[in-house]
Design a protein. Structure first.
Length: 298
């Protein structure tokens, strides 16, 4: 993992396009020029769909409700659209980017578009799923356009790794947003819903239209806001194991669904009753607190 401080600007790496926005945010023309300079062809493998609408960026930053002293973690900054918006709203941004070309370019883009804010940026070239530590002050907020193919694993990994994160606002596929924010008993409620609820209160924070991305995705997008709260009493790993087992066959009642986890249907029933849970209930009816209580039964 390599952290990059902003180097002196190399004119050959800066944008020649006149800023389309008075605040230096990237617009469609600047995005196209940057991509051409880098010979960039966005790939589905890396989940590269770049924001290019300044009003959407402003809306995301406004919704994140950052404080001046916040240290923001951004995952997948790409060409820097959201990064430029975040830098003016907080004390520092640590941007984790897996693509070395984009990681190398980002400090130059910021230095060219918002030189007064360049000192607030640290770029880390790394896979966010494999990050185990970050340079500088611990981040207090996560704000990111997450790669859609790994959004949930990245979010859960960072919430576990970084207890300093008090809030998060992530842009994900709309279907995933619905799942993350779903309440027990709803159709969208599942593994992402329960595991995210272990760390935070989760809510939908709006929709984002397809045309504000380049390339235009073939799915709808949505914002999800999280606010950290104390975890339920119990062991996280043990609780997550029960959650995975309960939703592996979500159409079954918990007595049957948890037979493998508990050792037998009878053992599952005994543990369910010890936790005060009806053995015929399905996993989609349980809250994270109930899953934690079940995991703690002998």
């Amino acid at each position: 993992m390599a952290a990059l401080r902003v180097p002196p600007v190399r004119l050959s790496r800066t944008l020649s396009t006149v800023p389309e926005q008075s605040d230096g945010l990237l617009g469609p023309a600047a995005i196209r020029e940057l991509a051409q300079q880098l010979d960039l062809r966005p790939t589905k493998t890396l989940g590269q769909n770049f924001l290019h609408d300044a009003n959407t960026i402003r809306r995301i930053v406004r919704t994140a409700d950052l404080a001046e002293d916040d240290v923001v973690l951004e995952v997948g900054p790409g060409l820097g659209s959201l990064t430029l918006g975040l830098l003016g709203a907080c004390a520092h941004v640590t941007a984790v980017e897996i693509d070395p070309r984009l990681a190398d370019q980002l400090p130059h883009t910021v230095a060219a578009r918002a030189p007064q804010l360049a000192g607030r940026l640290t770029v880390v070239t790394a896979d966010a799923l494999r990050v185990t530590e970050l340079p500088g002050r611990a981040p207090t907020a996560l704000v990111a356009n997450l790669p859609y193919n790994i959004a949930v694993p990245v979010l859960l990994h960072l919430l576990e790794l970084l207890p300093s994160l008090r809030t998060a606002l992530v842009l994900v596929q709309a279907e995933v947003a619905d799942r993350l924010a779903a309440a027990p008993g709803s159709a969208a409620y599942g593994v992402p819903s329960v595991k995210a609820a272990w760390y935070a209160d989760v809510r939908r924070a709006g929709n984002v239209p397809r045309p504000v991305f380049w390339p235009v995705p073939n799915v709808d997008s949505g914002l999800v806001a999280l606010h950290r709260r104390p975890a339920p009493e119990g062991d996280r790993a043990a609780t997550f194991a029960v959650i995975d087992a309960a939703f592996a066959t979500r159409r079954k009642g918990l007595r049957a669904a948890l037979a493998g986890w508990a050792g037998s249907p009878a053992a599952a029933e005994a543990r369910l009753r010890a936790a005060g849970i009806d053995p015929t209930t399905r996993g989609e009816r349980l809250s994270v607190t109930e899953f934690a209580r079940l995991a703690a039964t002998p």
